[in-house]
Design a protein around this ligand. Structure first.
Ligand SMILES: [Fe+2]
Ligand SMILES: [Fe+2]
Length: 276
């Protein structure tokens, strides 16, 4: 794992429809980004509760995970401020998320950890799709897509950390109990994730004056048909339900290697010394 602590978007604003001049694609990504800072803070807290007693290797991975997620939150907070400066109001999305996370937090540390493992799987497969289909982002603002690619790479690097922490925390559970609980939570968490991001994206589209059937069919088409992000990641999502699943079963090293190979040309990033 490589904690890069990169910085983006320090010297310029952004265009309102920064992704291919496409309001739907832009709204979907803005809706995702608006949840990252609070979501990642939740993930960090969830793993911290189980850090004691882990192996030195896993403890080091949790430390790197925390550092990576903290940097992601910092950069997406700034990106979200740019989105607001471009004319969008994210306050309602943020308030709903804060309320939802507060309700989730009080359930139990174990539930929070499994929710995190599910959402980390979701994040990793979205990241895999983003890095594996660069042509879909050719028309994006180069500085913004540099931020999303950096985030995607680090999500793939730490994709197993929450899951390994879950395996450690449930080491005394039977295999059947582990599988049943993670599958139930995967379905519930994914349903909430999709329902909430759908609502948030429609709310942002309404701020562009795109409402009703036009907004709903446009978003449905974007997610399921062309380019069909959700359709493409569905097989990867289903892998989580398999008995014996582990995030590292899928080798994504070619995506990481391609990213590293591209870095000398990425003038928009300012890598600074890693903190761990
Ligand atoms: Fe992240
Ligand atoms: Fe993550």
């Amino acid at each position: 794992m490589n904690v890069r602590n990169s910085r983006f978007l320090r010297n310029s604003g952004i265009k309102r429809w920064w992704l291919g001049n496409n309001p739907v694609a832009t709204a979907w990504h803005n809706a995702l980004s608006s949840t990252f800072p609070r979501g990642e803070a939740f993930f960090i807290d969830a793993l911290r509760q189980f850090r004691d007693g882990t192996s030195p290797e896993l403890a080091a991975q949790i430390r790197a995970f925390i550092a990576q997620e903290a940097h992601h939150s910092r950069e997406h907070l700034l990106f979200n401020r740019h989105v607001e400066a471009a004319g969008y109001d994210l306050s309602a999305i943020d308030e709903r998320l804060a309320t939802f996370i507060a309700k989730t937090r009080v359930k139990s540390d174990m539930v929070n950890l499994i929710v995190t493992a599910v959402l980390e799987h979701m994040t990793a497969i979205i990241a895999r799709d983003l890095l594996g289909k660069p042509h879909l982002y050719e028309d994006a603002d180069p500085q913004i897509i540099a931020l999303w690619r950096w985030h995607a790479v680090e999500e793939i690097e730490h994709k197993a950390v929450a899951y390994d922490t879950f395996l450690h925390a449930t080491r005394r559970w039977s295999g059947w109990r582990r599988w049943r609980v993670r599958c139930i939570l995967a379905i519930l968490v994914t349903r909430n994730f999709l329902e909430h991001r759908w609502r948030d994206t429609l709310e942002l589209l309404a701020q562009d004056g795109i409402t009703g059937w036009k907004a709903r069919t446009g978003l449905l088409s974007y997610l399921l048909l062309k380019p069909g992000i959700l359709r493409r990641i569905l097989p990867d999502w289903l892998e989580f339900l398999k008995p014996g699943f582990h995030p590292l079963d899928r080798d994504d090293s070619h995506l990481l290697a391609a990213y590293e190979a591209s870095q000398p040309c990425a003038a928009e990033t300012i890598p600074v010394e890693a903190e761990t």
